[in-house]
Design a protein around this ligand. Structure first.
Ligand code: AMP
Length: 282
């Protein structure tokens, strides 16, 4: 497994890899969720490139960029075990050369509500870095987690709008046995906060259960989701929402593909989660 830091070295090495080629973009601090993306890529492709880059431009000024977990040695061991052929781990001057001013700015749905509203500039940072990684690596397929469903929709939009020749695959969310979605940010939680964090997946299961029982009034389902958060004193609800999985506009007619989405603060940590009402993402 090669570990490379510059775009020139990367391009030369990628040119020698057998096709089809899969790309798994990450910010490191790898866990079993990231490994599911690796498993999907190595199953589908003859070669897999993983990237590790904590992208400053997708963090807001009051967000956790400086304390974001950085575990490069352990990450490389996991990627080696997962049969990555190449790891691209650039430093910031490589990704944002001096004088950098060219951004990919997603200016409408699906980058309008929810995370786009709460984290101004976040999707501009994500879209720019993902577009750059796709141009640098030139994969046949790129893998993203359904855990970050709005990010997945934004990436699909960018690839369509900019005619980037790649197939985007969404990989189902990997969860702890008690339902908590794996996240690099879970390490911030105290034991009590960790117990409280099950409220996110509980609220999503409640939404699914009401839908499965025949409820089709969005407001009724949103009320049930919010009630789960009111019952958990350590969690401060940011949003509970029902949205179209492609546009992230509010869902009017609920169907199996409709996403239930939640975001909350638990202490200093902000967590998000989502599920399709019908159980599996489309
Ligand atoms: P991150 O390192 O947090 O930027 O995540 C890198 C990729 O892993 C993104 O496409 C995430 O959506 C995905 N990912 C993060 N957590 C999970 C999870 N629990 N299950 C599946 N994919 C995940």
């Amino acid at each position: 497994m090669q570990v490379l830091h510059s775009v020139n070295e990367l391009r030369a090495a990628v040119a020698r890899l057998p096709r089809p080629l899969g790309l798994v973009p990450t910010m490191g601090a790898l866990h079993a969720g990231h490994m599911a993306l690796m498993t999907a890529s190595t199953a589908d492709n003859r070669s897999t490139v993983a990237s590790i880059y904590v992208n400053p431009s997708q963090f807001g000024p009051r967000e956790d960029l400086s304390r974001y977990p950085r575990t490069l040695e352990a990450d490389l061991a996991k990627l080696e075990a997962a049969a990555a052929d190449l790891v691209f781990a650039p430093e910031t001057p490589e990704m944002y050369p001096p004088g950098f001013v060219s951004w990919v700015s997603v200016e409408g749905p699906p980058a309008e509500r929810l995370e786009a509203e709460r984290r101004p500039g976040h999707f501009r940072g994500v879209a720019t870095i993902v577009a750059k990684l796709l141009l640098q690596v030139g994969p046949d397929v790129a893998y993203f987690g359904q855990k970050d469903a709005q990010q997945l929709a934004v990436v699909r939009r960018v690839v369509t709008d900019l005619n980037i020749p790649v197939r985007i695959v969404g990989v189902p969310t990997v969860r702890e046995p008690d339902g908590l979605a794996l996240s690099s940010r879970n390490v911030y939680l105290s034991p009590a906060e960790r117990r409280a964090a099950t409220v996110l997946s509980r609220a999503l299961r409640t939404a699914q259960a009401r839908y499965a029982a025949g409820e089709r009034d969005p407001e009724a389902i949103l009320q049930s989701m919010a009630a789960e958060f009111r019952a958990e004193p350590l969690a401060d609800l940011d949003y509970a929402d029902l949205a179209d999985p492609d546009t992230f506009q509010p869902a009017v007619q609920l169907d199996d593909r409709t996403l239930a989405l939640v975001a909350c603060r638990i202490g200093a940590t902000r967590l998000i989660d989502n599920t399709a009402l019908g159980g599996t993402h489309s």
